[in-house]
Ligand binder design. Structure first.
Ligand SMILES: Nc1ncnc2c1ncn2[C@@H]1O[C@H](COP(=O)(O)OP(=O)(O)O)[C@@H](O)[C@H]1O
Ligand SMILES: [Mg+2]
Length: 257
């Protein structure tokens, strides 16, 4: 199951969801691979000792003959950077921005990631792809290869602005009107009742595609990201850890065996 975490907006929780959900999946015994498609490398900083210079997503996208398995690393996490069983990552770094420019003119540029993952995907239960906040050649590669698109959204006034454009881009890449997607409500603050009601109303037309689990706004999640750790390690008893465990159970349930 290949899941792309997508939203052209920044700061909606794409990297937070990628890293925490992938970690929870691995703890649940699911062999999981994170693919970091964002030059900002926010997922890579959490699960790599240092941001790697070589054997990253850059090599895969620039060279179709590059051995795919050579960029897959064992994830490490926590202060003592212990290997995380069942969790692997294809990291990115800042050079991915340049790579993206270079591959924009290639033919079949949208299939570069797909063709590489094809060689290794049977080795994993889940592949989670973290995207940059843009619709560009990197996100197009992520969309093309994904089975399901997971769209995190927050509770702001403009949180759903641009979603129609996003759907249009997905349809163009997939070359079909029907594609699988789930919307994840992130960062809900129980105190802001009126804004919550406003966003829930905007989401009503997408009811079929709404995940039941809502991730609450929780300071432990934020602190964990700053500390470069999954929230389940940083503060296992937090609401954040609880919500991500619940989300992971829901995702596992929704996936065909
Ligand atoms: N549920 C949440 N509660 C508190 N902070 C959150 C939550 N989700 C995300 N954040 C914080 O919001 C910021 C943006 O999240 P991030 O995952 O980096 O967004 P994106 O990848 O979409 O740009 C980060 O500082 C993160 O710690
Ligand atoms: Mg991010």
């Amino acid at each position: 199951m290949k899941l792309t975490i997508l939203n052209q907006k920044g700061s909606v929780g794409k990297s937070t969801v990628t890293t925490n959900m992938a970690y929870c999946l691995s703890v649940s015994g699911k062999k999981t691979l994170i693919v970091d498609m964002d030059p900002q490398a926010h997922s890579s900083v959490i699960f790599c000792r240092d941001i790697p210079r070589n054997n990253t997503i850059n090599e895969l996208l620039s060279n179709k003959s590059f051995k795919t398995g050579d960029v897959v690393r064992q994830a490490v996490a926590g202060e003592d950077e212990q290997p995380v069983e069942n969790l692997f990552i294809i990291p990115s770094n800042i050079h991915l921005a340049i790579t993206a420019e270079q591959i924009t003119t290639k033919i079949h540029r949208e299939k570069l990631l797909y063709n590489h993952l094809k060689r290794i995907e049977k080795d994993f239960d889940f592949i989670i792809i973290d995207c940059p906040p843009a619709v560009n050649v990197l996100t197009v590669n992520a969309i093309y290869t994904s089975d399901v698109i997971l769209i995190p959204t927050t509770y702001g006034r403009y949180s759903l602005d641009g979603i129609a454009d996003l759907f249009q881009s997905i349809k163009e890449v997939k070359e079909e009107d029907d594609f699988a997607y789930w919307i994840l409500r992130n960062s809900r603050d129980a105190r802001t009742k009126l804004s919550n009601a406003f966003v829930e109303e905007q989401l009503a037309p997408f009811k079929k595609n709404l995940l039941t689990t809502v991730i609450r706004r929780n300071e432990a999640i934020n602190q964990a990201q700053m500390n470069n750790e999954p929230v389940m390690i940083f503060e296992p008893r937090s609401y954040g850890a609880e919500d991500f465990k619940k989300l992971t159970r829901e995702i596992i349930k929704k996936c065909p065996k």
